[in-house]
Design a binder for this molecule. Structure first.
Ligand code: UN1
Length: 499
């Protein structure tokens, strides 16, 4: 066994994943760190999927009757188990998704955070009491568990995005079926093993409450098309969302769509440029440009452009690119060859559209794909700037008038995250009022949102909201109840119907 394969096997064993699940399957699994095969994972066939959905349905019918604070106890235990497993799961995230260790740890922390949030929420699943026009009546709304929740997640947040959905879905009284990315099955199996430890400590949860289905597109489609799945929360490309959304609509199922981003930052003349530099550098180069919240477009005011962009270029030229298990690395690998090819197609297209490319070249060779992040100075918002390429490419443009910059900022198909760096209160407020994204920040970058707020975006980002605020309501159904405690039967709208 080669180094990383052995390390992976050791971690999976410590995390409690059954040996046969990752050694005897037919789906090879590779680490982007070296490109080597690290496991062979069993995949679910149609019969497995059917059985999982049947079990999830039965689990839902039992779980919905468990009081919500007791359901919260399971999520509390899961959070404890995640704390205990944090280092190992984070290392596995590094091996499987290529994140640097602090981002791997951050991802597991995000899981822990949403567990804490969901535990508190389990005592606050509240509806309203509403004034009624009828005397002697009371009108109220009650939130009920929804059903089986399907989660389709992407490679770049292989465990946190599932946790945002699962923690809320579980306290809301639902069961969960998870189809992780084919690129990251091992972190999903490990998460399942951790969850099962929490289940054993909890004691009497129904079997099949949360399950993982490792598989490809057909498995995802099965979740999307099966009437037993009440809600599908899907994270991935806009192309994927375009395929999924109409199929869910066809059967009136609920959807939470978390799709592409083309996130922009404006650096205004009054900005604290040291802060802006760090915010843009992390937003654009962090996670090797593979977050849906990655900064992809930068609008810099004419008056500060030359100095600021020179500093940014220096950061791009010197940032540590390489194996994330080495301590100087800030930019790890691209997930695979296809990601590299997409990047290599975008750069000449940018050049053809008048761009000047700095960086972007491959670092090393072989079966892993490391690249120096690319900073591309563009004469305007044209060509590949209008699209999301899931790689570290930052398109930089000049502006001289804030309204024009804001108009260009909004003039793309996606609407996930956005930011302005300014110390001018009016500029900040103008930007917040005008940004058409689900997330708009002042003096911080586009990525790295915390779980307390609702996360998601508009337009081709899909409109879904996950994690904090009132995102929980999507995992429940609302019933409006009216109770008549009088001995008369007044009809609404003054209608009379006297027999
Ligand atoms: C994603 O890239 O799919 O705000 C999610 C962030 C993270 C989540 C990103 N909290 O960058």
């Amino acid at each position: 066994m080669a180094g990383i394969e052995k390390m992976t096997a050791g971690l999976l064993d410590t995390l409690g994943v059954e040996y046969a699940l990752y050694t005897q399957g037919s789906m090879p699994s590779h680490s982007p760190l070296t490109g080597e095969q690290i496991a062979a994972v069993r995949i679910a066939d149609a019969a497995d999927t059917d059985a999982a959905l049947a079990a999830a349905g039965a689990a839902f019918r039992a779980w919905r009757d468990v009081p919500a604070p007791r359901r919260g106890e399971l999520v509390r235990l899961f959070g404890e188990e995640l704390r205990a497993a944090k280092d190992d799961l984070a290392t596995l995230v590094t091996i499987e998704a290529g994140k640097i260790p602090s981002e791997g740890a951050g991802e597991v922390q995000e899981m822990i955070d949403i567990c804490d949030f969901a535990v508190g929420l389990s005592r606050q699943l509240h509806g309203l009491t509403i004034a009624t026009e009828r005397p002697g009546h009371r009108m109220m709304e009650i939130w009920h568990p929804l059903g089986v929740v399907g989660v389709i997640s992407a490679f770049n947040f292989p465990v946190a995005v599932w946790a945002w959905n699962a923690a809320l879905a579980l306290v809301c009284g639902n069961s969960v079926v998870w189809k992780p990315s084919e690129k990251t099955p091992l972190t999903a199996l490990a998460t399942q093993a951790i969850f099962e430890r929490a289940l054993r400590r909890f004691g009497d949860a129904p079997a099949g409450l949360s399950q993982v289905l490792i598989g490809g597109r057909e498995t995802g489609e099965a979740l999307v098309d099966d009437a037993r799945v009440a809600l599908v929360s899907a994270t991935g490309s806009t192309r994927m969302g375009r395929a999924v959304a109409p199929r869910l609509a066809q059967r009136f199922a609920r959807a939470i769509l978390e799709l592409g981003g083309n996130n922009g930052v404006i650096v205004a003349p009054s900005a604290d440029l040291d802060l802006a530099l760090r915010g843009v550098a992390f937003g654009a180069m962090g996670t090797a440009g593979q977050r849906c919240t990655t900064t992809r477009r930068l609008f810099v005011h004419d008056s500060i452009y030359d100095g600021f962009v020179a500093r940014l270029k220096a950061a791009y030229a010197s940032v540590g690119v390489g194996n994330p298990l080495e301590s100087t690395t800030l930019v790890g690998p691209l997930i695979d060859r296809a990601a590299y090819e997409a990047m290599q197609a975008a750069l000449p297209a940018a050049k053809a559209a008048g761009g000047v490319v700095h960086g972007g070249e491959r670092v090393g060779d072989g079966a892993s794909y490391y690249v120096r992040p690319a900073l591309v100075e563009m004469p305007g918002q044209v060509g590949p700037v209008l699209e999301e390429t899931f790689a570290p490419i930052l398109y930089v443009m000049r502006y001289d008038d804030l309204d024009t910059a804001i108009r260009l900022h909004n003039d793309v198909a996606a609407g996930l995250s956005s930011a302005i760096f300014t110390t001018d209160l009016r500029e900040a407020e103008r930007f917040l009022a005008a940004s058409d994204c689900g997330i708009a920040n002042v003096n911080l970058g586009t990525s790295g949102a915390e779980i307390g707020g609702a996360f998601g975006g508009e337009k081709e980002t899909g409109g879904g909201r996950e994690s904090g605020s009132d995102a929980w309501r999507q995992y429940m159904r609302r019933a409006t109840n009216t109770v008549n405690y009088s001995d008369a039967l007044p009809l609404a709208q003054g209608v009379s119907f006297d027999l």
